[in-house]
Design a protein around this ligand. Structure first.
Ligand code: ZN
Ligand code: ZN
Length: 591
């Protein structure tokens, strides 16, 4: 990375002197800041250690493998234990005064503070451990150990052996914990626990039998494997009878309502505004974007149709989008086309001076490894903080396994224009670029507990920023397609809030997506299902985007002619994956 203010911040914060960088309102001497920073750094290292000891599966998901052989049994005792942990950590955190911390460290403080409060709230108030049976599933942990490359096969099988012993008690505890669940989460639990059987497959047993484990270990493995598999099957059949009961006798609603929604939104997004305020912004943006799309459709209509444009604007927009979507790559060229686009994006970013890209960290485009090929698409997989040396990959799944019809529909969705926007979002200067910068921010706290809305928001912001800077030369077709893509982000927020808080029906939701946002019915049905199973997460894309865009406009009007887009981007990303509202405070502090 070029030596910019960014690396200066990194160096200074390592020595605890970053407080001198910005003029804060604090009058505390620098010495106090250094001491408080030190105290916090000690606290946070110990906090993470104890967190992983207390929650071994969480550690495993984050790539910390010391406790892979353990599995917590859900129970009242376990929950008491969690609460004691939270209280203990909150008391330790209260010994440090956030006002005297340097800015970057203060963000870490607020991230842990928020995390602990959220854990307490989830357990005591939200209580999804009671009503969401899909929380109980051993599949993911086992899959991570079995497919991982962090240790030798025999070492990993030894962890699997130890972990297998907990399965029967785990599901007994799950059944004791579940109370008045929703039908939707019960059905998801059935599906996912059935999936667990494909993780604990006969192939795994065979692998263990062929491994370097001792004879005695192999005997244990076989016995525990058999007990584990039958415990999963027993649990699935219990869930199925529960499903029947819920279907006939009625179940708790999956809608969490306004009070819980606002609380969850505050913890998860940290948007610096309420969910309701964000919802209202999204409503306005929807109208604005649709109006822009009408104008573009008017400009383009006669280029693509010899017939009269329909008087209903939304029908006209929908038809034009369908017509344009036919322009897409051949299915066999899908991966190679993406590979070719990356250097073009890099070239544009450099030419327009949008952000410094580190030439020493090139993005590696690869076909998605088989064990990750759950669904088609593209994703960035980055090494976690515990595996710093590994490469970052842009995984693209080839369309080989798709039927002719579904490949065609997929290619129309990711047509000539949308594919470019996808690459901006996932790769350059979206997720990939943000990740490179986040890794420069030397904070384990941020890389472990980073803010999802900031991460998604940056990628969504990057799409628009590139187009505003002239990527694709202001081609109206590109803008129209971009708006269609962006409308999905806006509608995700509208849907989530409307469904969870305002009781929107399935039919209304499908109408919103297909008629107002020009989505295909299959996509809309999938989104409805997702919106019944998760809460708040769907708002993170728009919340982060809106926060970053508004911050940029505010900094621009403060700095007037001094404003420099590249400097703004680099400063913004230098804080790591922190909540946008926290970054906003720090960036506006210096003005
Ligand atoms: Zn086609
Ligand atoms: Zn994304």
């Amino acid at each position: 990375m070029k030596k910019t203010a960014l690396s200066l911040v990194a160096v200074l914060s390592l020595t605890g002197l970053v407080g001198c960088q910005t003029q804060t309102n604090d009058t505390l001497p620098v010495v106090a800041t250094i001491e408080q920073d030190k105290a916090f750094t000690q606290f946070s290292a110990q906090f993470i250690d104890e967190l992983w000891q207390t929650f071994p599966s969480w550690a495993l998901y984050r790539g910390f493998h010391d406790y892979d052989g353990r599995l917590n049994i859900p129970s009242d005792v376990q929950r008491q234990h969690s609460l004691a942990f939270i209280t203990h950590q909150q008391q330790a955190l209260a010994q440090i005064s956030p006002q005297s911390l340097s800015p970057n460290v203060r963000i870490d403080y607020s991230i842990i503070d928020n995390l602990l409060a959220k854990m307490k709230w989830e357990q005591e108030t939200f209580k999804s451990w009671q009503w969401d049976p899909s929380r109980y599933n051993v599949a993911e942990g086992f899959a991570l150990i079995i497919n991982g490359d962090f240790a030798s096969s025999d070492e990993r099988l030894t962890s699997v052996l130890s972990r297998l012993a907990f399965i029967p008690d785990y599901y007994i505890g799950a059944r004791e914990s579940i109370q008045s669940p929703t039908l939707e989460h019960t059905q998801l639990a059935i599906l996912q626990n059935e999936g667990a059987l494909s993780v604990l497959s006969p192939r795994l047993l065979q692998e263990a039998m062929d491994s370097g484990l001792t004879v005695r270990q192999k005997q244990q493995f076989k016995a525990r494997y058999t007990q584990g598999v039958s415990a999963i099957k027993q649990h699935v059949s219990w869930l199925k009878s529960l499903e029947k009961k819920l279907t006939t006798q009625g179940a708790r609603s999956f809608r969490i309502g306004e009070a819980l929604y606002e609380q969850k939104f505050a913890f998860d997004i940290k948007a610096g505004m309420t969910a309701k305020q964000l919802y209202q912004k999204a409503l306005l943006d929807k109208d604005r974007v649709q109006a822009e799309m009408s104008v573009l459709t008017g400009q383009l209509w006669s280029k693509y149709f010899s017939t009269q444009k329909p008087t209903d604007d939304k029908i006209a927009i929908g038809r034009l989008i369908n017509k344009l979507s036919v322009n897409h790559v051949k299915r066999d060229d899908f991966v190679s086309e993406i590979r070719q686009q990356i250097p073009e994006l890099i070239h544009f970013v450099n030419e327009k001076n949008l952000i410094t890209l580190d030439p020493n960290k090139p993005l590696i485009v690869r076909e998605t490894p088989e064990y990750m090929q759950g669904f088609a698409g593209a994703s960035v997989s980055a090494p976690g903080p515990y595996e710093k040396s590994a490469n970052t990959y842009y995984n693209v799944t080839p369309l080989d396994s798709m039927s002719e019809a579904s490949a065609e529909s997929y290619l129309r969705e990711y047509n000539h224009w949308i594919l470019q926007i996808l690459n901006i979002h996932e790769a350059i200067p979206g997720h990939y670029t943000q990740l490179v910068y986040a890794n420069e921010s030397p904070s384990l706290v941020k890389s472990l507990f980073g803010n999802g809305a900031m991460i998604e928001g940056w990628a969504v912001y990057a799409e628009r920023m590139m187009l505003e800077q002239g990527y694709s030369d202001f081609e109206p077709e590109m803008w129209l397609m971009y708006y269609k893509w962006h409308l999905r982000v806006i509608c995700n927020t509208l849907l989530d809030y409307s469904i969870q808080v305002q009781g929107m029906s399935e039919e209304e939701a499908i109408n919103l997506m297909t008629k107002e946002a020009f989505q295909q019915i299959a996509e809309a049905e999938g989104k409805w299902r997702r919106a019944t199973l998760s809460q708040v997460q769907l708002t993170s894309y728009y919340a982060g985007y809106r926060g970053i865009y508004d911050l940029r406009e505010d900094v621009k009007s403060l700095e007037e002619t001094q404003f420099d887009l590249k400097a703004f981007h680099e400063r913004f990303l230098s804080y790591g994956s922190a909540p946008v509202s926290d970054i906003r405070q720090l960036m506006l502090l210096t003005h």
